[in-house]
Write a protein of this length. Structure first.
Length: 241
């Protein structure tokens, strides 16, 4: 099973309150984008990575790739658009003509597990579309504009969407083309597939596969990374003994 991956890294990351967008901020001394690329490149299913960046960040992205290269697989950098949906569409245009499966992943999710990525690819091959997600754990309230609770929403069928969102290339291209023709903007790519009436298979994600959005998220990611690194080092020493 083979697939290409589109890494969406063209956003401004305004909620982070930094001059640089999130993908280029350091996480334990290494840019967040590089952590994400390394996580994706662990899978032997992946034949190529396309990074979508803002035009003004292309030089910085290429410098980082040279500095931290090589990865196991080829990487292509393309320009993004005004909105995330535009960036994904431009990434889709850069796929190889023979590509059948594409996984679309946020650059700000560096803790993607290889098995989750591969399960999403397999599910997309079977169903046409796959969405990595986790079930809602907390009680969810619907709230009015004045801040008062309107109702409690049963959470048994509620899931929090993550990435990757993985699709047959022909299907996601059709979904994006229709969205452009009808002037539709969706919050994620799976929503565009839903508008086609096509099935999307849920693939169980991980709480660690969270999106780094705020300074607090970045602090938590650093703590998680350091803890994981220590755990791996301890396991390695035990094995050596």
């Amino acid at each position: 099973m083979q697939a290409e991956v589109i890494i969406v890294a063209a956003g401004k990351g305004e909620r982070m309150g930094r001059e640089l967008p999130k993908p280029f901020l350091p996480l334990c001394g290494t840019p967040l984008l590089i952590h994400t690329l390394r996580a994706v490149a662990q899978s032997l299913f992946i034949t190529r990575i396309i990074i979508v960046v803002a035009p003004e960040r292309e030089a910085l992205c290429c410098d980082l790739l040279r500095k931290y290269a090589p990865l196991r697989i080829p990487v292509t950098v393309v320009h993004g658009g005004a909105e995330r949906q535009d960036s994904v569409r431009l990434g889709l245009a850069a796929l190889e003509s023979t590509s059948e499966i594409v996984a679309i992943h946020d650059a700000a999710r560096p803790f993607l597990d290889r098995k989750i990525l591969e399960c999403s690819i397999e599910a997309a091959a079977d169903y046409g579309g796959a969405l990595v997600a986790v079930p809602a754990r907390d009680t969810i309230k619907r709230v009015a504009e004045d801040g008062t609770v309107l109702e409690t929403i049963p959470r048994q069928q509620l899931w929090f969407a993550q990435t990757p969102q993985t699709f047959r290339v022909s299907l996601i291209r059709e979904a994006h083309a229709r969205a452009v023709a009808e002037g539709v903007t969706a919050t994620d790519d799976a929503a565009l597939i839903e508008r086609l009436g096509k099935p999307i298979k849920i693939v169980l994600g991980s709480q660690q596969n969270f999106k780094i959005t705020t300074p607090e998220d970045l602090q938590f990611a650093e703590a998680l990374f350091l803890n994981t690194s220590k755990s791996n080092e301890s396991t390695k020493k035990t094995g050596d003994e």
